[in-house]
Structures are given as C-alpha cells and as structure tokens.
Design a protein around this ligand. Structure first.
Ligand code: ZN
Length: 306
C-alpha cells in the first residue's frame, strides 16, 4: 500500500489498531448472545456441561455425579408412583408476628418468594403412594427464603405427622434448609421443639419416620426433626451441620478436618445411616417401606412356617 503522506500512514495505523480491537468486541458480543442457562459449570468437577444433559440425568453431573439442586416439586415427582401426589395444607400463610423489617418488609419478602416458587412457604406437604404403599412426604423448598423454618413450616410438619398417626402412614421428610428463619425470631426457634415433640408422638405410635437430607441441611432443621429419623439418609456430598464451618473454627480455635460437615464425614462418624444416590432414592424408599410394613399382606412367610 502506498501512502501519500506520513499522516495518512499514521491514521491507517490507528485504524489498524482499532480494527484489532473490533474482532474482540465481536467475540464478546457473540458470547453475550448465547441465551443464559444453556451451559452450567459443575460445582463438583468444574466442567462446563450442557444443562439439558444434566436435566435428563436426574439433575446429576454426567461426568462426576455431582447432585445439583432440584426444587421440592421435582423431588417429589421422582419419589412417588408415576410422579403423582396430592398436596395438603397449601394455603397456610405466615402472620409476621414481629412486624419484621430489614431492607424489605418480611410480608413483602414472603410475597416475593411465593411468586418465585409458587409456594406459600418453604415446605410442601404431600400424600401419595410409593410402590402402592401410602406415605406422607414433606419436602422443603430451598428457593423459598433458603428453605428456612418458621411457624408455617413447623405447623405443616406437625399436621403432616398428625395425619400419619391418624392413618398409620409412614412419614418421610426431604430437608433442604439453611436453618431457622430470623424474621420470625423466637417463633422460628420454637419450631425445633414443636417438630421434635411431634416426632416423639410418631415414635410412640410406632410409625416409621424416614429423614432424607439434601444439600444443605443446616441450622435449626438439622438440630430438630431432620436428625430424628428412624432411618436418616443423605444425598452424596450434601452439607449437613448446625453452625457454619467458620463460626466453629473461630469458637474452638482449631482448624476443622477436610470434608467436615459433608455427608461422607457424617456417615463415617455414625451421624447418618447411609448415603443414597438420587437415582436410587425411590428404590431405597421402597426397600425401607417394605421392611417397616408389618401388615399381614406384606409378610412373605408367616412365623409358624419358618
Ligand atoms: Zn461434575
């Protein structure tokens, strides 16, 4: 290329530099054009995975079996026969006894989370059948204020337990919670005693209670009904504990061992009974329900024929 003057050459040069920038911007724009949520970075193996592939695989990472979060409704549809169940106590609403307000009013927060999750509070009480056996399952919804337990969650669990006692139905919970809900203060903390008391009555009635822990099960939920199951099992690598790791380290002035508060660590230390892969969760429940079922039609061999 022949330049008529130095100035022209200089401007061409600047243009050339500008041109160099342009393709980069184009790439950036292209990246932005990819619709959000198609690819997901796995928290387990850090691989980037096609979201649909995860959804087809029970929301597990196809490379490392990392268990991604699933909502309460999806969870229940994986457990019940044909994914069908009936919800009850759906319209129970928190009353905001403290008239609590932080950056937002508690009442407004409740409305906001109700529109996100389609639930009125952080738990879904349901009844239905697993392998034709009647069960009641309460599944917690983490997307509703971190699955926090307050008056409604406590009351719904107690009512579900009363239903189980009245009908001699096994009780199952699926926990996914950050703990007690601070917006209801002491009323939230009281749910620990209330739900634990109800589990006591369930025990007295001789009705089995199976507690399933998912990532995370912490605070007031782990400190009450979730750890009171006749059988307690957890999904792999779920965080289970009471206080956060940093708080414990600061309190005891010691570094915690690796894997502390993970399901595998709890199993090793006898805090839970087993770790169950999400794909085997329903089959495991069927085995357990058969084991607990003392009705005559379930007994394979009468005592005198043994
Ligand atoms: Zn992975």
């Amino acid at each position: 290329m022949i330049y008529s003057s130095y100035e022209e050459k200089k401007s061409e040069k600047t243009l050339w530099f500008r041109r160099e920038k342009q393709p980069k911007e184009k790439i950036k724009n292209k990246k932005l054009q990819i619709p959000e949520g198609i690819w997901v970075r796995c928290k387990g193996c850090k691989e980037i995975i096609y979201k649909k592939e995860i959804e087809r695989n029970y929301d597990l990472c196809p490379k490392c079996d990392y268990h991604f979060y699933i909502n309460a409704k999806k969870r229940l549809s994986l457990l019940y026969d044909e994914g069908k169940y009936t919800a009850f106590d759906e319209n129970m609403l928190a009353t905001d006894p403290l008239k609590f307000r932080d950056r937002k009013k508690y009442k407004d927060r409740l409305k906001e989370y109700a529109s996100i999750t389609g639930l009125k509070d952080a738990i879904l009480s349901t009844e239905g059948a697993i392998a034709n056996k009647q069960v009641v399952i309460c599944a917690m919804e983490f997307k509703f204020m971190g699955g926090s337990m307050a008056s409604v969650v406590g009351e719904k669990i107690v009512r579900a337990i009363e239903k189980c006692i009245a009908g001699n139905i096994p009780f199952i919970t699926v926990s996914c919670s950050g703990g007690a809900r601070m917006q209801e203060g002491i009323f939230s903390l009281m749910q620990m005693a209330k739900t634990s008391g109800a589990i006591g009555k369930l025990n007295e009635a001789g009705i089995p209670f199976i507690s399933i822990l998912t990532d995370p099960t912490t605070g007031g939920v782990s400190a009450s009904f979730a750890m009171l199951g006749d059988i307690i099992f957890s999904e792999p690598r779920a965080l289970i504990g009471f206080a956060g790791e940093r708080v414990i380290e600061q309190t005891i002035g010691q570094q915690l061992p690796p894997g502390f508060q993970r399901a595998e660590f709890l199993l090793e230390h006898g805090m839970i009974d087993m770790i169950v892969d999400r794909r085997k969760m329903r089959d495991t429940l069927i085995t357990l329900l058969n084991f607990f079922d003392k009705s005559p039609q379930n007994t394979p061999l009468p005592q005198n024929q043994k």
